[in-house]
Each structure stands twice: as C-alpha cells, then as structure tokens.
Design a protein around this ligand. Structure first.
Ligand SMILES: [Fe+2]
Length: 185
C-alpha cells in the first residue's frame, strides 16, 4: 500500500540524518524523511533538510522532480558534461519542475539551511545516480531500494557512492535516527 506519512509537519515527521566524514570535497550533512511512494507508478515524495553548511552527496536526479522550497534556501551547482557549471538558487516559496535525467549537481542550503519537498516520478523506478569526486558514476538508487532502506532503518544510496577507495562502507545506524556510513564488519 502506498504511503508512509499523513503529514509533512516538519516537527513531527521522522527525520534521518546522513553524514559522510570520508567526503573531503565538501561537508555531507543532510536529513530526509520519506513521505510516501507508489512503486507501480514510479512515484516517491520526500522531505530534504540541509544542515547548516551541509550538502547532499554528489548526485543527479534520474527521475523527473518537483521541488517546493518550504524553508530557507536550496542552492545547486549543476555540472555540465564539458565541465561547465550553472548556479541555481531557490528560496522559500519557490516551485520548480525539472525533467528527468538532470545534470549532476552539488546541493546545499542557504546561510540558515533549507528544507524542500521533492516529488519524483520515475517511470523506470530509478531516482538518483551518484558520482565520485572525478565525476564517475558510482551507482543508482531505485524506489524499491529507497523504501527498503527506510523500512530497515538504514540510509538510501549505494555504498559505492563514496568512491572505489572505500568499497567496504555500509550504511548503519549510529544513534537514534542518525545514519552514517560505517566500515563493514
Ligand atoms: Fe538534488
């Protein structure tokens, strides 16, 4: 049955935090909450909150994505295939509809962070693709994988997302709802 949350009230939804101290290029620190999904039709809705100075992992959206900025700012640096870059700055109240197969980007909040709601449509079920610092693809995450990780209390995204030099990292709960990437044991 589709659906997880009956509310997007930011103070009451379940948040999970992802950090990655192994990423040296920028500070990976964000929280997310799964609002709902419908696997057969390729839909997934989520909240994303950037910690102060925190970034998402380097990724691109394979799914078509609607973004609503609920709090603060969302700042993107899109990276083109030729190495060029384009800055995007969205503020509270902004709406954006991005087509599928978007460019890779570095993503973070403003001075006081930011919170966005993402509503994604993925006909083939793939939501995101991840990249290493050299912009090599390191894997994707599907709706099924995302939901499975949520149910199991782990983080979405591939362990390979952090580079071939860290093949033994696995997602794991550190404390409460904080998720970090830990060495496999
Ligand atoms: Fe993004």
């Amino acid at each position: 049955m589709p659906g997880i949350s009956s509310s997007f009230e930011l103070n009451s939804v379940e948040w999970r935090r992802i950090t990655d101290p192994n990423c040296k290029a920028f500070l990976v620190d964000f929280e997310y909450s799964l609002l709902g999904y419908d696997t057969p039709t390729g839909r997934l809705d989520m909240l994303l909150r950037y910690g102060k100075g925190g970034h998402c992992r380097l990724h691109r959206h394979v799914a078509s994505t609607v973004t609503l900025v609920l709090e603060g700012d969302q700042i993107l640096k899109e990276i083109g295939a030729d190495g060029s870059s384009r800055a995007i700055h969205r503020k509270k109240g902004d709406y954006a509809l991005a087509p599928a197969d978007a460019l890779p980007h570095i993503e973070h909040g403003g001075e006081n962070g930011g919170t966005v709601m993402l509503s994604m449509t993925a006909p083939d079920g793939i939501l995101f693709e991840y990249f290493d610092d050299a912009m090599n693809s390191t894997g994707t995450v599907s709706i099924a994988e995302y939901v499975d990780s949520w149910v199991r209390g782990t983080a979405y995204g591939k362990n390979q997302a952090f580079g071939v030099d860290q093949p033994d990292l696995l997602p794991g709960i550190v404390s409460g709802t904080e998720v970090m990437w830990l060495p496999a044991t």
